[in-house]
Design a binder for this molecule. Structure first.
Ligand code: GLN
Length: 492
């Protein structure tokens, strides 16, 4: 049995039946990391000793009969390196935090540990999650395991590549404008951005606080439901965390098995499909996905999201504005790197930030600061927030006539490394299908739906009403089962 191929669900059963131990499972992942990650570059930090110790503890707890109470007991997971881990470096892929070791765990990390998970390491990302290709990492790029000349997507590219290359059983990413769904789509794995407020952001290093959400990146839809069960829930340490009950998300799968998808309606935004630049393979994959859902009894209707043309512009004012405020704390005094060549404090700030932050982060801080500055605030930030409110209204109106909204995840399959780096605008435009979901606070999933003519995965995006992850998972699971993609993972 190839232990690295197992899903969370399968690994859990094998551990409970004592077919193998957590130490075996974790070592299988560490061996794969040793063999493959020098080339792929999915990880920033691998916590070998920590993982092996946790696995040994998990094996003792399994033999004490605790497995049934702990949904992730002994399961090896990876975390985007934007999530604070006590005693383990958390860099945000930035030179400014190169040696930062948090003194506490993010709430989601504590929740995973309480559920018995073994954290094998921290994965690469675009610096502070700003990007769509993981090329903005301050340390190294990550390659797409399907074709190493291509990007894995971003910003959670390390997590998506690690799951696709089976170097961990599953992972967590974060999504501010598409950073879970787009890399999941580009790497052929499943990713969910939960409703804003569903998952605590405490201990997540903030990029744009009104948009950021943590979510699962997994081999299949079932595993995403299993992880959501663990990481969702109200947290008094995060004032934006919703005080709402967490359902058992795996019930959505049971529901699909009993009721199917008959009676559900899916809206297709007409503005999305008239956009220029949609790759023909992506379009064909989307049309085929529509048919599959129709065969499952989903009724397709056309909906309208009139603000689509303004969404990218509004997002790229709001997200950098929030970032410029959030990143002010990295000043060389409180955390991480300080340039010691300066002889006065202003000079120290300037040199620390110029050397510590990469080009894209500096671009966002500058545009965000400008958009918030006196005299320009209303013209830029104020106007962008009004567009955001209209986007939210568009979705609310569309959801009056449907249960789901479907679209491609990205306009093209994964592009080549280097192809878009010098052209931030093209890079920003690739987020067109994903970022409105964040602006409206809605949940969205990316499920693999096809393989392009050049052998790269393509994902389908399904969005649902706020806090209706159950519909998302039910439809995603039904779709995944009836599609039955043959080539599920890269042959490495
Ligand atoms: N690509 C988008 C950005 O650079 C989204 C990133 C994200 O979701 N973290 O802002």
């Amino acid at each position: 049995m190839d232990l690295h191929e197992l899903t969370i669900e399968q690994a859990k059963k094998g551990l409970e039946k004592k077919e193998f131990s957590s130490v075996d499972l974790v070592n299988a992942m560490l061996d794969r990391i040793d063999r493959l990650d020098g080339d792929i570059g999915a990880f920033i930090t691998v916590d070998r000793d920590g993982a092996q110790n946790r696995a040994k503890e998990a094996d003792i707890r399994i033999s004490n009969g605790e497995a049934s109470k702990l949904p992730l007991l002994g399961i090896p997971l990876a975390l985007k390196d934007l999530l604070c881990t006590k005693g383990v470096k958390t860099t945000c892929a930035s030179k400014i935090l190169e040696n930062f070791v948090p003194q506490y765990d993010a709430t989601v990390v504590s929740m995973l540990k309480d559920a018995g998970a073994v954290i094998v390491g921290k994965t690469n990302l675009d610096e502070f999650a700003m990007g769509s290709s993981t090329e903005n990492s301050g340390f190294h790029i990550t390659k797409n395991p399907w074709n190493k000349e291509h990007v894995p997507g971003g910003s959670s590219g390390g997590s998506a590549a690690a799951v696709a290359a089976r170097m961990c059983t599953a992972a967590l990413g974060t999504d501010t404008g598409g950073s879970i769904r787009q890399p999941a789509s580009h790497c052929g794995v499943v990713g969910i951005k939960p409703t804003y407020g569903r998952v605590s952001r405490y201990g997540l290093v903030s990029y744009a606080s009104s948009l950021d959400q943590i979510g699962p990146i997994t081999k299949d839809v079932t595993d995403s439901a299993i992880l959501l069960n663990v990481i969702c829930g109200h947290d008094p340490l995060d004032s934006t965390s919703a005080n709402i009950e967490t359902p058992d998300f795996t019930q959505a799968i049971t529901k699909f098995k009993t009721d199917g998808l008959k009676g559900m309606k899916a809206g297709i935004p007409k503005e999305f499909l008239s956009l220029k630049g949609l790759d023909p393979d992506v379009e064909a994959a989307f049309n085929n996905s529509k048919k599959i859902l129709q065969n499952l009894g989903v009724e397709m209707i056309e909906v309208s999201l009139p603000q689509t043309d303004y969404a990218v512009a509004a997002y790229y004012v709001i997200a950098p504005s929030e970032a410029s405020s959030n990143l002010a704390r990295f000043d060389g005094v409180r955390y991480g790197f300080r340039d010691r060549s300066a002889d006065n404090i202003i000079d120290m700030y300037k040199k620390t930030k110029s050397k510590g932050f990469g080009a894209e982060v500096q671009r966002r801080i500058i545009t965000g600061t400008y958009a918030l500055s006196a005299g320009y605030y209303d013209a830029y930030y104020g106007r962008a927030t009004r567009v955001r409110a209209m986007i939210r209204d568009d979705f609310d109106r569309a959801f009056e006539s449907c249960d789901l909204i479907i679209s491609p995840v990205a306009p093209t399959p994964a592009f080549k490394i280097g192809e878009n780096v010098d052209d931030p605008l093209t890079m920003y435009l690739t987020d067109i299908f994903t970022l409105s979901t964040n602006m409206a606070g809605l949940p969205g999933i990316s499920v693999p739906c096809s393989i392009s003519s050049n052998g790269l995965p393509i994902g389908l995006q399904i969005m649902a009403k706020r806090f209706d992850e159950i519909s998302l998972i039910k439809a995603g699971y039904g779709f995944e089962q009836s599609l039955g993609l043959k080539e599920r993972f890269p042959n490495i």
